[in-house]
Design a protein around this ligand. Structure first.
Ligand code: NAD
Length: 290
């Protein structure tokens, strides 16, 4: 037997209390009495994940640069929130504006405390994409993509962690990266975007290393191709891409926002309590075959 297995763990009582060994299956996927902030929560993947958090019993604060969230999806969310007695709010926010972000996160923290559902974490889903050949990529555009996708994600994680540390809450931070953080997409000239998503994956490991001491977990969720406004724009400009994407689709379909509900809830909730600094790639098998 290795020394690690025979040597008593000094703080084993604290460790046992923190593990989910005695937690029921449903509790592992529950976000009851927790408040979660979701950037990019105005449409697409973000607003779908907002629905997932509500369905898991959590309260939701959606943040997005859009003046209003997508109407049909928001009406559906309001119905779920009302039926379940859960808090749901929408605020316009540019995630690259740290002053505004600080104020908004403080407001969410105060509202969460008033609801009796402490601020517990975030899904950093805001992101932008642009297709330009690298040899022509304007510096300003390259920097704009990094500013939103990297700096905006960092500021979201930073202010989430500041509140969690202040309140002594062992929360969870989910950063939406992409399979494009690990592979170059055939047929796509998106060097700035791919660079930004690789940065988000490395940011995750670095933050996990710093914040594990507080019990705060940080993981990335890396989707493959999802049909949203972002990919609709790419396909509108280059319809031939769909054929290339389908060639790598081992399940013979592209992703839908709903495919990411369970992975996001898993990463947020107690079910993943021993997981931090990790990447969960959900890509319909795209990266599994060359
Ligand atoms: P989307 O364009 O529908 O959603 C992105 C959201 O981010 C939009 O609501 C947008 O308004 C918001 N946003 C952009 N800049 C912002 C800013 N400065 N401040 C606040 N909000 C801002 O696209 P989506 O497909 O739903 O993308 C969501 C996330 O998923 C992104 O991070 C994207 O990179 C990632 N992703 C998407 C795909 C895909 O195939 N669609 C694949 C992998 C990863």
């Amino acid at each position: 037997m290795s020394p690690a297995l025979t040597t008593p763990v000094v703080n084993d009582v604290a460790l046992a209390a923190a593990t989910p060994a005695s937690v029921s299956h449903s509790a592992l996927f529950s976000l009851a009495n927790k408040t979660v902030a979701i950037t990019g929560g105005g449409r697409g993947l973000g607003i779908t994940l907002a629905g997932a958090v509500l369905e898991a019993g959590g309260h939701v604060a959606c943040l997005d640069i859009l003046p209003e969230p997508a109407a049909a999806e928001w009406t559906a969310l309001q119905k779920i929130a009302k039926a379940s007695g859960l808090g749901l709010s929408y605020r316009r926010l540019d995630v690259t504006d740290e002053e505004a972000l600080t104020q908004v996160f403080d407001e969410i923290d105060a509202e969460a405390a008033a609801l009796g559902a402490p601020f517990y974490g975030c899904i950093a889903c805001a992101g932008i994409q642009q297709k330009v050949p690298a040899i022509d990529y304007p510096q300003a555009d390259f920097e704009r993509i990094q500013r939103v996708n990297v700096t905006g994600t960092f500021l979201t994680a930073k202010h989430t962690a500041r509140i969690l540390v202040k309140n002594g809450v062992q929360g969870s931070i989910v950063l939406i990266a992409s399979m494009s953080g690990q592979i170059a997409n055939r047929g796509l000239t998106c060097t700035a975007y791919n660079t930004s998503k690789a940065a988000v994956q490395q940011m995750c490991r670095s933050l996990a290393q710093e914040w594990g001491q507080h019990g705060i977990r940080v993981n990335t969720l890396s989707p493959g191709y999802i049909r949203t406004a972002m990919t609709d724009d790419l396909l509108a400009a280059a319809p031939e891409l769909e054929k290339i994407w389908m060639a790598g689709a081992l399940l013979n379909r592209l992703g839908a926002p709903d495919d990411f509900k369970a992975p996001a809830i898993f990463l947020l909730g107690a079910g993943s309590s021993f997981m931090t600094g990790a990447d969960l790639r959900v890509d319909g098998g795209h990266c599994a075959s060359a």
